[in-house]
Design a protein around this ligand. Structure first.
Ligand SMILES: N[C@@H](CCC(=O)N[C@@H](CS)C(=O)NCC(=O)O)C(=O)O
Length: 267
């Protein structure tokens, strides 16, 4: 895995591109190439696109269960990263951290005290957005890119779910706000599904899936609320995602999800 930076003229660039066309493990990024007809020196990045898995499992720090020793905890951002690793068939070594009593080694690699964190080329990297994007760049096969125009589909479901979960007034409109988001997602999947980007699962589904899992468990427990049966496309979307091997391997236990939301519900 390497990134090579070279300086070439526009003529040399064309030769380089042709050369690399026969090397499927590389892509030439011309983001700095703003004048095709200029002979000014320009900077070209040749970024390795090898899909060869890492020789050692990727070390990834995620939330530990608070109810069962040595089990993954209830962090949807951690699950998103683990799902991406699973769907890309990358070997990984999960390190579980108790967020209620953060050890010194963890605060050294994650000064904000947040999970997930992953080690890339000897450097610890936080934030599921950054991590999943980097995994896509380093290990592009199978591709999990969601086109930008579809990347925000369903993105308001999590915040409206939290609003309803925390609500103490059944007439404050938070249930309806959630229903509106779920219903527009149902309509979108009906027209464009079975996944957000069509026939194949992609990054946006791997972000939304864990959040829908929290929604079902927490609202079922604290509000005795279930997604209406009329939202059939949403229901089968959920069933498809929750039954994937990647999801089963990385999901939190329901009792951790319930305990994880308790302070928010009772606070
Ligand atoms: N934007 C971050 C959010 C990560 C985050 O909020 N993680 C929570 C756990 S789900 C956390 O580590 N909280 C710190 C704590 O509970 O002390 C991401 O996408 O990775």
């Amino acid at each position: 895995m390497s990134t090579v930076r070279i300086q070439v003229s526009a003529c040399a660039l064309s030769a380089t591109v042709n050369h690399l066309r026969y090397r499927p493990n590389y892509v030439v990024s011309t983001s700095h190439f703003n004048n095709h007809f200029s002979f000014k020196p320009l900077r070209v990045s040749i970024v390795s696109m090898s899909s060869v898995p890492p020789s050692e499992p990727l070390e990834v720090v995620v939330k530990a269960s608070i109810t069962t020793p040595n089990k993954i905890g209830d962090c949807p951002f951690s699950q998103r990263v683990l799902l991406t690793l699973e769907e890309k068939h990358l070997p990984y070594d999960p390190k579980l951290v108790n967020l209620a009593n953060k050890p010194e080694w963890f605060l050294e690699i994650s000064p904000e005290g947040k999970v997930p964190v992953i080690k890339f080329d000897g450097k610890w990297v936080p934030d599921s957005d950054v991590i999943t994007q980097t995994l896509e760049e380093k290990y592009p096969s199978p591709p999990l890119i969601t086109p930008p125009e579809k990347a925000t589909i369903g993105s308001k479901i999590f915040s409206t779910f939290i609003g309803f979960l925390k609500s103490k007034d059944s007439n404050d409109g938070t249930e309806q706000a959630l229903l509106n988001e779920l219903s527009s997602f149902n309509d979108y999947i009906k027209e464009n599904g079975p996944f957000i980007n069509g026939k194949d699962i992609s990054a946006a589904d791997l972000s939304l899936g864990p959040k829908l899992y929290h929604l079902e468990i927490a609202l079922g427990h604290y509000k005795k609320w279930t997604i209406p049966d009329s939202l059939t496309f949403l229901k089968s979307y959920i069933k498809d995602i929750f039954s994937r091997e990647s999801f089963i391997n990385t999901r939190a236990q329901p009792q951790d999800v319930i305990e994880g939301w308790r302070p928010k519900v009772e606070g």
